[in-house]
Design a protein around this ligand. Structure first.
Ligand code: ZN
Ligand code: ZN
Length: 265
């Protein structure tokens, strides 16, 4: 299984995943052209994709889907609740036959995609995605974590986990009106570095070896700040980055390509 984040954050989210037989992307928040450009870095043409799996209806997750799905005749998979709550109207160029509805775990060829609802200000889902006993998870756009989310993603070798903002930077951010700051910090907003750190402790305790901090705010976080802040708290709690687990940061540009192997020692 190979996984790479091609863009992360409010300017657009796009993750490419391939197994032996399947090639999918999770979300497509870049333009159609830019999506083509970034897939071409991997030698992948748009027509080679087996599906686009969508977390939720926000523009940073769906911007390219209308044109991309139409141009290449690619099926778009989203949870019934996400289609019903507004995605259906926004993806008006996706043909009827390419609108794929799921309510539970489903397969695209040899990839099994298992959704878990996450608390956001619109209906939103994270995913665990497996090929045989290889498993990765993508969880962004959530105001807080829940046991249900942890139970779904534990056992993943790799987790893309939101680390959106530093709480005090957000509180003092003069560029954002109070209402926006409250929305982001709220129970259905975005995950803070502190909340992300707490989930990372649980994940690495249960065997996850690779975390990628994702969906960072440009205003209220930075890749260096998030990495340093989170690894410092982790090490003060006895979890040292580089000793049994690694932390990377997903950027607005393509980052590390991970090759997920069977986890048997
Ligand atoms: Zn988002
Ligand atoms: Zn969102």
């Amino acid at each position: 299984m190979r996984v790479i984040n091609l863009s992360s954050g409010s300017d657009g989210n796009l993750t490419y995943i391939e197994s032996e037989n399947a090639r999918i992307i999770v979300d497509d928040g870049l333009s159609c052209k830019e999506t083509e450009n970034r897939l071409s870095l991997l030698g992948i043409g748009g027509g080679q994709l087996d599906g686009i799996v969508v977390t939720h209806e926000h523009t940073d997750h769906i911007k390219g889907i209308n044109n991309f799905s139409k141009k290449y005749d690619i099926p778009v998979y989203a949870h019934n609740k996400v289609w019903a709550s507004g995605l259906g109207d926004k993806l008006e160029k996706v043909s009827e036959k390419n609108r794929k509805i799921f309510t539970d775990a489903f397969a695209i060829k040899d990839l099994v995609i298992d959704p878990v609802e996450v608390p956001h200000d619109v209906k939103c889902f994270g995913f665990s995605i497996s090929e045989d006993d290889k498993k990765i998870s993508i969880v962004t756009d959530l105001g807080h974590t829940t046991d249900e989310i942890y139970n779904k993603i534990k056992g993943s070798q790799l987790v893309y986990l939101e680390a959106n903002h530093d709480i005090s930077m957000l509180r003092n951010c003069e560029k954002y009106p109070l209402s926006l700051r409250m929305r982001i910090a709220g129970k259905n907003g975005h995950l803070s570095n502190d909340a992300s750190e707490q989930m990372i402790e649980k994940l690495v305790t249960s065997g996850t070896r690779q975390i990628v901090l994702a969906h960072l705010s440009k205003e209220n976080n930075s890749p260096e700040f998030a990495f340093n802040y989170i690894t410092k708290i982790l090490s003060s709690h006895g979890f040292n980055e580089g000793e049994g687990f690694r932390i990377d940061v997903a950027l607005t540009e393509p980052t590390t390509l991970f090759k997920i192997k069977n986890d048997k020692k």
